[in-house]
Design a protein around this ligand. Structure first.
Ligand SMILES: [Zn+2]
Ligand SMILES: [Zn+2]
Length: 143
């Protein structure tokens, strides 16, 4: 069985790739650091937020994206304070989430957008669209 070049075993050679600033109400509330393997291009991420110290870069990344997954920022705006999470997801995946808006399972649709276009309380954004830029976490109704 032949293995595609990219997937041959190697030790990942992570290089710092990009940073994404996460904004809430005009303030940076967190940042996502992205490292990418120079050989196979998988990406590991680290979320830096106030009161949250993630040592992924030193300890090795817990999770890496793959050819058919993507790092997404999931935002819940159902409560006064925006909540967000950084997740590695595939199209068709269901996001485990509970909040005051008892929404049905939240599913990742094509193009890494929410499958339910009428969900006004949640959104997902692929970090790929915000490399070295600012991602505003606000949902449309908050803007
Ligand atoms: Zn690699
Ligand atoms: Zn929610």
């Amino acid at each position: 069985m032949s293995v595609p070049q990219q997937q041959k075993e190697h030790s990942h050679d992570f290089r710092y790739y990009a940073c994404i600033n996460l904004w809430d109400n005009g303030e940076t509330v967190a940042a996502v650091d992205v490292w990418r393997c120079s050989i196979c291009h998988v990406k590991g991420t680290e979320l830096r937020a106030q009161g949250l110290n993630n040592l992924a870069a030193e300890a090795g990344f817990r999770e890496l994206d793959g050819p058919d997954s993507n790092w997404l920022v999931f935002v819940c705006g159902a409560e006064e304070r925006l909540k967000f999470e950084l997740l590695n997801l595939h199209v068709g995946d269901t996001i485990k989430h509970e909040c005051v808006e008892k929404s049905p399972p939240i599913r990742v649709g094509s193009g890494y957008k929410l499958e339910d276009k009428n969900d006004r309380f949640h959104k997902i954004e692929s970090i790929e669209n915000y490399l070295n830029e600012t991602l505003d976490l606000a949902l449309p109704r908050h803007q």
